[in-house]
Design a protein around this ligand. Structure first.
Ligand SMILES: Nc1ncnc2c1ncn2[C@@H]1O[C@H](COP(=O)(O)OP(=O)(O)OP(=O)(O)O)[C@@H](O)[C@H]1O
Ligand SMILES: [Mg+2]
Length: 507
C-alpha cells in the first residue's frame, strides 16, 4: 500500500543537539498514528518539520508517494497538512472567527468578506458538533474551546492530514472523551491523523499504529492492538516502567499547614468558599476536582498570587496570609505552579538563573550586592545531576529551548531542594512522559517520608488516588467531601467531582 506520508532519514540538529537522528516515519492513509516518546525525544520537532516550521538538515518527505518541499506552513496547508500545536498559536485579542480565517480571508477590495467563511464554518461546526461561539474573544474562552478553534482552523483549510501535538494535556476527562470521538470520525472519513500523547491509554483507545522515538532516534513502529502499554512504555524509555507507586505506611506527624475558612470572591462564580483543611507532616493531601472549580484560585490565594478575602493560612501555627510572597517562601513554603511558563520559570533566562530565582539574594549566592556566579553555577550542576534535567547546554541553556518535561524537572528540583516544610504541587506531571512521571511521583513520596507536608492538586484522578493519604474533592469552590483513598472508588469520587453528590459540610 502506498503511504500517505513518508518521512525518510530525517535529521535535524539544534547546535550540537541532534533532535531527530535519521528518522524514518511512515503513515498510512486514514489511520490514527500515535507518536510516542519521552520529553525531549524529538516528537514536536519531527512534526514541525512536516508542518514546515523547521527545515530538516537531511532527509526527504513524500506525500502520496510524491517528493515534496515543505518550506513553511503555507506549503503545508497547500498539501493539506494541518497542525494543532502543543502550545496553541491563537491571537488572544482576536475573536474566534478572525482566528480561524486568519491568512485565508475572503476579501473584496481590501475588505474581509465574512459571509462565505461563516457559512462554511457553520457547516463544519454542525457536521462535527464542534460548538464554539464565533464572536467570543480567545481570551474569554476555556482551553478546551480554544482547542476546538485550532481544530476548526484545520478543517476550514480542508486539511487531510491532521497533526495533534499533545492535545489532551490541557483537557478535562469529558473533553478528552469527546476529542477521541472526533478523531475517530475524522479517520472514518479518510483523514490521516497523527497524535502525539504521553497517555498510553489514549493510544490504546484510538490509535491503529504507534511509532516510538527515543532521544531523537526512531525505535520502531508497532501495531497498537497487539502491543501492551507496558511494552510501549519500555520501548519508549528503554527500561521497565512502574505504573504503581510504592508508598510505605507512615504515621502522620503534627499539623504543619492549616487553612481556615478561606474565601476568595474572585471574578466569576468559581471562587473559593469557606475552605478549611489541615496538612500534616508525613502526609500527602490530595485535592481532586474537575478543572475550573476553584483549584487555581485556592492555590493562588495560598501562595500569594491572589489576595485572600476571608480566612487564615497557618504555617507552623502562624498566619502567613498577609506575608509578602518572598516571606511566605522564607517561612517554609514551596510551590510547583500549575502554569509553568507563567509562574514557574522565566523562559528567556538560563537554567542556572531559574534555579536560584527565589533565593539569589541570600548569602550563599550573593555578596556585597554581587551575584556569586560560581556558586549559582555549582548549584545548577548539582540539581541537573540529582534531578536528571536534560538540556542542550546544561546550566547555561536558555529555558525556552528545553522540552516541557525538563522545564518541569527543573522547577521540581528547585522547589524540593530549597529549605521548606510544605510543598504545594499543582499538576506536577502535566505533559510529562511516563518515565518522568514515575520519577516525580517518587520525589513526592520522598517528601512525605522526610516529614514534609504535601498538598497535591491535580486533575488526574489516578495520580490523586495513587499518591494521596487523604483526598478532598472541590466542587464550585467548596470542599464537598473527604475520602480515604483505600476506601473510595474512582467512580464514587467522580460523582462528587461532577456535583452529583455531596457530603456533610466539611469542617
Ligand atoms: N528551537 C530549538 N532550539 C534549540 N533546541 C531545541 C529547539 N526545539 C527543540 N529543541 C531541543 O530538541 C529536543 C527535542 O525537542 P522536542 O520539542 O521535539 O521534544 P518532544 O519530544 O516534543 O518533547 P515533549 O514531550 O517534552 O514535548 C529537546 O532536547 C529540545 O530541547
Ligand atoms: Mg513536544
Amino acid at each position: 500500500m502506498a503511504y500517505k506520508i513518508e518521512m525518510k532519514n530525517i535529521t535535524k540538529r539544534f547546535g550540537t543537539l541532534v533532535a531527530n537522528d535519521q528518522v524514518n516515519f511512515q503513515v498510512k492513509p486514514g489511520e490514527i498514528h500515535a507518536l510516542l516518546g519521552e520529553n525531549g525525544a524529538g516528537k514536536s520537532t519531527l512534526m514541525s518539520i512536516l508542518f514546515g516550521l523547521y527545515t530538516p538538515d537531511e532527509g526527504e518527505i513524500l506525500i502520496d508517494g510524491q517528493k515534496v518541499e515543505i518550506n513553511n506552513p503555507n506549503d503545508a496547508n497547500r498539501l493539506g497538512i494541518g497542525m494543532v500545536h502543543q502550545h496553541f498559536k491563537l491571537v488572544e485579542v482576536f475573536n474566534v472567527l478572525d482566528n480561524i480565517i486568519l491568512g485565508f480571508e475572503d476579501t473584496h477590495r481590501g475588505f474581509v468578506k465574512y459571509e462565505k467563511s461563516v457559512e462554511k464554518l457553520n457547516h463544519i461546526i454542525n457536521t462535527y458538533k464542534l460548538k464554539v461561539d464565533l464572536d467570543a474573544l480567545i481570551n474569554d474562552i476555556t482551553v478546551g474551546q480554544q482547542q476546538r478553534v485550532e481544530i476548526l482552523k484545520m478543517l476550514y483549510r480542508d486539511s487531510e492530514i491532521m497533526i495533534f501535538d499533545e492535545p489532551t494535556a490541557v483537557l478535562t476527562p469529558q473533553e478528552i472523551h469527546e476529542l477521541m470521538g472526533i478523531m475517530k470520525n475524522f479517520a472514518k472519513e479518510g483523514k490521516t491523523i497523527i497524535l502525539i500523547t504521553h497517555k498510553l491509554n489514549e493510544i490504546k483507545q484510538v490509535a491503529d499504529r504507534c511509532t516510538i522515538l527515543r532521544r531523537g532516534k526512531m525505535i520502531g513502529t508497532v501495531d497498537v492492538k497487539s502491543t501492551t502499554t507496558d511494552q510501549m512504555a519500555e520501548m519508549m524509555v528503554g527500561r521497565e516502567v512502574s505504573f504503581t507507586v510504592d508508598k510505605e505506611d507512615l504515621k502522620v506527624g503534627d499539623t504543619i499547614f492549616e487553612v481556615k475558612q478561606l474565601s476568595v470572591h474572585g471574578r466569576g462564580r468559581h471562587a473559593v468558599k469557606e475552605v478549611s483543611f489541615k496538612v500534616n507532616q508525613h502526609e500527602i493531601l490530595g485535592i481532586a476536582g474537575i478543572d475550573g472549580n476553584g483549584q487555581t484560585e485556592l492555590v493562588q490565594a495560598l501562595t500569594g498570587l491572589t489576595p485572600i478575602d476571608e480566612g487564615e493560612v497557618l504555617l507552623h501555627g502562624h498566619d502567613i496570609s498577609k506575608y509578602t510572597i518572598r516571606k511566605k517562601y522564607e517561612a517554609g513554603l514551596s510551590h510547583i505552579p500549575e502554569d509553568r511558563h507563567k509562574h514557574g520559570v522565566v523562559l528567556d533566562y538560563d537554567l542556572q538563573s531559574n534555579l536560584v530565582i527565589q533565593n539569589y539574594y541570600q548569602k550563599n549566592f550573593q555578596k556585597n550586592q554581587f551575584l556569586k556566579f560560581d556558586a549559582i553555577n555549582r548549584n545548577a550542576n548539582e540539581l541537573i545531576e540529582r534531578f536528571d534535567i536534560r538540556s542542550e547546554r546544561g546550566a547555561k541553556t536558555t529555558v525556552r529551548s528545553m522540552s516541557g518535561g525538563n522545564q518541569q524537572k527543573a522547577i521540581l528540583g528547585r522547589e524540593i531542594s530549597r529549605a521548606h516544610d510544605v510543598l504545594i504541587a499543582v499538576q506536577p506531571t502535566r505533559g510529562l512522559d511516563v518515565g518522568a512521571i514515575e520519577y516525580i511521583h517518587k520525589q513526592l513520596i520522598e517528601e512525605r517520608r522526610t516529614g514534609k507536608g504535601v498538598l497535591l492538586v491535580s486533575l488526574e484522578i489516578e495520580e490523586i488516588m495513587n499518591l494521596s493519604d487523604r483526598i478532598l474533592v472541590i466542587y464550585e469552590g467548596e470542599i464537598v467531601g473527604e475520602f480515604d483513598p483505600k476506601k473510595v472508588t474512582i467512580n464514587e469520587l467522580g460523582l462528587y467531582m461532577s456535583g452529583a453528590k455531596r457530603g456533610e459540610k466539611h469542617a
